[in-house]
Design a protein around this ligand. Sequence first.
Ligand code: ADP
Ligand code: MG
Length: 720
Amino acid sequence: MNITNLQTPINYLKGVGPNRADLLRKELGIHTYQDLINLFPNRYLDRTTYYKINQLQQNSSELQIIGSITAFKEVGTHRGKRLVATFQDATGTMDLVWFRGHKWIREQLKLNTPYVAFGRVNWFNGTFNMPHPELELLEDHEKSLRSAMQPIYPSTEKLSTKGITNKVINKIMQTLFMETKGKFVETLPEFLLSELKLIPKSDALFNIHFPKSQNELSKAQYRLKFEELFYIQLQLILKNLMHKSKIKGLSFNHVGHYFNTFYNKHLPFELTRAQKRVLKEIRSDLGSRAQMNRLLQGDVGSGKTVVALMAMLIALDNGFQACMMAPTEILSIQHYTNLVSYCNTLNIRIKLLTGSTPASERKDIQETLENGDLQVLIGTHALLEEKVKFKNLGLAVIDEQHRFGVAQRSKLWKKGPVSPSHATQREEAKQAGSPSIPPHILVMSATPIPRTLAMSVYGDLDISIIDELPPGRKPVKTVHRYDKNRLKVFRFIKDEIAKGRQIYIVYPLIQESEALDYKDLMDGYESIARDFPPPEYQISIVHGKMKPADKDYEMQRFTKGETQIMVSTTVIEVGVNVPNATVMVIESAERFGLSQLHQLRGRVGRGADQSYCILMTGHKLSNDSRTRLQTMVSTNDGFEIAEVDLKLRGPGDLMGTQQSGVLNLRIADIVKDRDILQTARYYAKKVLRDDPSLSKSDHAVILSTYRSMGKYKNIWNYIS
Ligand code: ADP
Ligand code: MG
């Protein structure tokens, strides 16, 4: 049977017909033979063991027994009426019980003939009984392919009510394997099969549907998971390679005055080893003539900003402009002030552009940006506006990239028209069929995601990781407190304020219940104001309903130390830096996600003093909330937290819908099968390193499989 035959519509399969075909299409998306083969079971019932009646125990799970029916009787009346069959083996007797379908059952079942009964066993009135057993003639059972581990297929309510039960699917599957003789095209090359001891494709498909033992099943699962992950990785890596060879980048081969002066004279601290390493990775990209597309991951406070700044200085040294985009106004102001203070002796022309930049200044920015006077622009989404045109943008940095969509990332690409002074590069770009050379892109994220997941989700980005915090940081101490202990918490806050420290108190803001959240915030604010009265205490409040200017004013008061307490919704989640703040109180902490909690906690612990994070909750907590709180209390490591988050929420949810496409896996699980993922990635890389065009004969299978990938939307449509 070859691939084209597997494209045969499912209604041609014996036992399917137009009605069932229609249901299978609508309910499970099964159109062809191939789709059916790729309907992998969700789980299996182990039917490799047969129990004897005298081995039965109370409270056992589903199991199977070989025996014969010796008699039927009807017992009870009206609604309690039931059909009871005496079932006997060499060791004893038990009852099989039916509450429905008596007539049909009596007609179907043969007396004194060996059957296999499968089901859950109960203990009732001194005997064991099995209600509504699944019964199969021993003779058929021995012949059937499904005798050992019974697969349970994905199903829907509609399918089962319309009679397409698990048993029926199983039956259809058997017919399919009989018709195709179970011969399927091999989709992995010989050397991988032998090196990794993988079983052939045909065997794997057979055993995934009709495993005879746990061992056979495991081998089949491993082979199919590997294959799925291998081809996904291959696709991602190829995309990345093609991107690099096709998309010319600006070559920054010069490290000059700006970078060197900053590095040697103005850098206020020594870079950590991790910062040096990622900087080297970035520099090598910038000098490579291919466009950089790099994700810089690092926990909150790991020092990403200075790395980005130094990359920007390299762009400036090569005569290009640079920009940095942040998701909120507060954060871009902070970046701006930060960079200005780093750069004040370098005479760099740097400006801030946000939604609240006045029109006159906006105009000036646009003009100087276009004529090249302005070297660095920091700002919010405002940077993406049509009117913002650069003379020669060389590097675009995007902070907290998870806040932006892919579309926004690509908008920045188009902001890189080539200046006349780079005529050769313009020529190259023209030849490559693109009107301009895109700027290098550096995206930064403080929401660490596990490397394995990052590899799959951001396959088109290269990844640099800062996995080390600057020295001297004291880890934040985190505790969980119940609401009824609020007074103690307040006393603690007062002590900290007495030491001259500042406090954040954060309330949840969840879009759907905005009004309610707002009320919570205001109630909370009032109660805090009662406990911390002026003039001794000054409180700032910031929330989403305030005008940007008011927010900014309140933030400034807190930053300058004029207020000791900042009450806010999660607007402070991202990026704010007030080193004197040592306590982060999170109200209704059970309502926050792990990464949000971690981000919030990252607002403290930025100075030399010991900092604290206090998670306040009510008494009732779900298991997931409890896990989140415990995780926060037990670790400060963002990557570890991300792993837990991934387990709790699953990869699709974690990454948002737009990015979960590649995670639509049929058999592998990114979390549970990360070892296989590593192996698959390793081999995909190795193959492509040896033979990027997949033209070696050893790789012919990979190439043909890969080629058919484009034609189908689901990966499993081309690998079988
Ligand atoms: P994030 O990675 O969360 O964006 P920042 O770039 O805001 O972190 O850095 C956090 C703080 O750490 C800043 O105050 C910064 O000046 C400081 N910092 C960064 N790198 C170092 C370093 N190597 N040594 C000491 N302090 C550093
Ligand atoms: Mg930051």
